[in-house]
Design a binder for this molecule. Sequence first.
Ligand code: IMP
Length: 423
Amino acid sequence: MPVQIVIGAQWGDEGKGKIIDVLSEKMDLVIRYQGGANAGHTVYVGDKKYVLHLIPSGILRENVQCIIGGGVVLDPQAFIEELDILSKAGINYTDRLFISPRTHIIFPYHKKLDAQSESSKGKKSIGTTGRGIGPAYADKYGRHGIRAIDLLNLDSLKIKIEDNLKFKNFVLEKFYNAEPESLEKTLDFAKEYASKLKPYIKETLSLIHSYQKEDKPILVEGAQGALLDIDYGSFPYVTSSHPVAGGAFIGSGIAPVKSEITGVLKAYLTRVGNGPFPTELDDQIGEDLRKCGHEYGATTGRPRRCGWLDMVAARYSAQVNGLTNIALTKLDVLSGFDTIKVCTSYKYKHEELEWIPADENIFSAVEPVYKTFKGWNRPVDTCTSFSDLPDETKEYIAFIEESLEIPVKYISVGQRRDQIIQK
Ligand code: IMP
């Protein structure tokens, strides 16, 4: 059975949580493979809203086993807070939620360094979520990060924390002119969360491989979006992990195998944080999209920047991720707009570009070239089949499929689980 990978095809916030939740119904195992508590996956079950930052969205399906993969950077405090929310909601996660021993741990000093790095950059700041993501991945690649497995040996953990703090405090005090982190408090933090996390830390690779051997359905869940990828996104305005589909194998521990790769694509476009956004709308239409689509960050509450769908970015994403199909989301938000625009190429000076430029200066300066579609002046949120959709909506979907040369397989027309059309 091919592995099902679900990734964000844009700059994040495409509505992955809902798609993962819907697809999880038929899964036995769901693995989150990258990022950390910077993500915010919103899922509605009936009237109840769940916002998951770290725990795979599959946890809301009681027969699904869930793994936080080695590619994730885990904030212990956020993890325990999330467990608390699940407990209060009556969701049982005992014996079905595991943390890979290879997962790196975020400490309070990572968040402090994140904040200092951002404020030192001034106008050139990335606009991070402040969750310590960049510094934690920097430690991983610098080979002095602390992993979940380290929490199980308090003696060696103490030495690792001491070594880390020596350098971190040097940077905080001497470079950023900031207060150092207290060794004592950091050790207390480590001890407290080592005992809280211990029951969940388990060798997950054997579990994954046994599921693969038995040909059980596995879903690998991405966070953020391909355009925020550290290598293939709009660098340096990116996150520090690999939201692209290639990251799914490394971050989960599954060997590259034949996969169904679903790219979640919002029917328009949003971005949080700084960086190029050619189709951004700084006008009433942008405001209307934000209002109708409730476009405020699930993690930070920041208003999201809004704009028209960008097919240059979507095509790039389809190719970089090897998407096999699309889950088109928030189509209902576009109901009521008289006309809808889609960017088909970029203009830069006298050139027409059909590809995202690697140069951030060029990417910031391109002008979008638009194709205009007639809007559909009736709600689509009650449509239950493709044939129910207005002709104008079908035309919009057909255009996306033709431009990407891949099918739109799922169409989300509202927040609820049942507001989804399988085409
Ligand atoms: P970081 O991941 O907190 O370091 O933030 C780096 C960039 O990624 C910033 O522009 C953030 O706004 C953006 N970002 C991180 N997580 C998300 C997300 O879940 N949705 C949308 N943008 C995100």
